[in-house]
Design a protein around this ligand. Sequence first.
Ligand code: AMP
Ligand code: MG
Length: 343
Amino acid sequence: MRQGNCMAGAWTLGIESTAHTFSFGLVNEKGEPRPSSSDTLRPDKGGIHPREAADHHVELSALLLSKLLADNELDSTDIGAVSYSQGPGMGACLRTGAAAARSISTHLNVPLIGVNHCVAHIEIGREQSGCKDPILLYVSGGNTQVIARLDGRYRVLGETLDIGIGNMLDKFARNHGIPFPGGPVIEQKALEWLEDNPNASLEGLELPYAVHGMDLAFSGLMSAANKLVKEGKSFEAVCWSLQEHAFAACIEVAERALAHTGKTEILLGGGVACNQRLRTMSEIMCNERDASSHCPPRMYCIDNGTMIARLGWLEIKNGRTTLLKDSGIDQEMRTDETAVSWA
Ligand code: AMP
Ligand code: MG
């Protein structure tokens, strides 16, 4: 049975495939989101190999799309446009999503739109939290950026100079035998440490503080954390210290961005924004300066097809579509490459 008040062909399908997650999502004719149908490759050992992730995406695509349509009581004729992550990301992974998008849009004879993954994180966050003109703290596996909308673009005011914060957490965890994704386990270990040590102090657990002007760096922090464990400090204690240092650095740059731009809202996005300690730190900082901190539900923090559908819907509403000949991918796509024409 079809969903009530929606015309056939009114839904925008979104396809996410920038890294380890393959995901389909939907928004309706008003741009209202529905939860995604997703699967994430989790290698038992080592990091993510782009080729293996791409194979995973291709293998699961039919199943995930069927599930999404079934969950929403829709069929393929309800899809009126197809949006996909054009970049940034791993080439082999991005190509699987672009190929799926091209074939679905051609088969259904509906418009195609390639969108910027980072901008999609911002737009689903704005839609979900109702904030208007935030500073985005985008903290994911591969990216760490502080972003603000200025002169019709989302501008990167500061970013990591080496690896993404999520990558850093995953690599530190992997070094200690914890498989991907390590971030949630580190959060758990840090909590356990705090429960056992309610008056925990950073004394003896100091790590380098990685703020460089408006930019950040995480690889030195990770090496120093590994060294502390090697020297005999408890792993749980180092997890706690690592979070405190890495998150404080991000929040400091975000706060400076608020001060420089005069904006009054912080929006968290990306997988690391699932972390409750980061959310709390952001709230404390915002409370201290009469600003507000916002974060979408966790299912829209991690990579998801719904955010791609939402941005595709916005772009199409504002008159942009992607021709088949231009529907390639762009591994290096920058957040400020995308003109932002919508309110
Ligand atoms: P993304 O790249 O946006 O899909 O997010 C994936 C990243 O988020 C991985 O590096 C995860 O380790 C990280 N992550 C997910 N949940 C948490 C959490 N609760 N705390 C810290 N990092 C997390
Ligand atoms: Mg992401």
